[in-house]
Design a protein. Structure first.
Length: 148
């Protein structure tokens, strides 16, 4: 079951950051990972949480960043950057797809013309299946955008 993310989910979203950005945490000290959840619930923040009974096991969310404090997948100040993570024991069972599809629909409903993300090169093909296109690449990461 999916439900909307709210301010009460900040701790869980913070925990999910470790799964989503474990490969980036030491890479770029200038872009601290906590930006993805700090003051969660501000205008432009939206997300969904995957639940089984009372237990959350995955989340997908997006937020807008500024050019002065960008996220890893920053494109511009009008394009929200998404983050997605599923606990390891639930990966490979469709939870990521369900979360991503729900969040993309929410972004459409909220009037966003596009969303962005940053991922490792090994995940590029996965996101291309959802219509994401690469806009910037380094040896360690790919920034991708999906036009909605």
């Amino acid at each position: 079951m999916l439900r909307p993310a709210d301010r009460h989910d900040v701790r869980f979203l913070r925990d999910m950051l470790r799964h989503a950005y474990h490969w980036r945490i030491a890479e770029d000290e200038e872009r601290p990972v906590y930006r993805y959840v700090q003051n969660w619930g501000r205008p432009g923040d939206a997300g969904v949480v995957a639940m089984e009974g009372p237990h959350a096991y995955g989340a997908a969310w997006y937020r807008l960043f500024t050019a002065n404090e960008p996220g890893f997948g920053f494109v511009d100040e009008r394009t929200p950057e998404l983050t997605i993570a599923v606990v390891p024991s639930r990966r490979g069972k469709g939870a990521g797809r369900e979360l991503l599809e729900a969040l993309l629909e929410q972004a459409r409903e909220n009037g966003h013309p596009a969303v962005s993300l940053s991922t490792g090169p090994e995940q590029r093909v996965y996101y291309e299946h959802f219509g994401f296109e690469p806009v910037r690449e380094t040896p360690h990461a790919v920034t991708m955008v999906k036009r909605l």
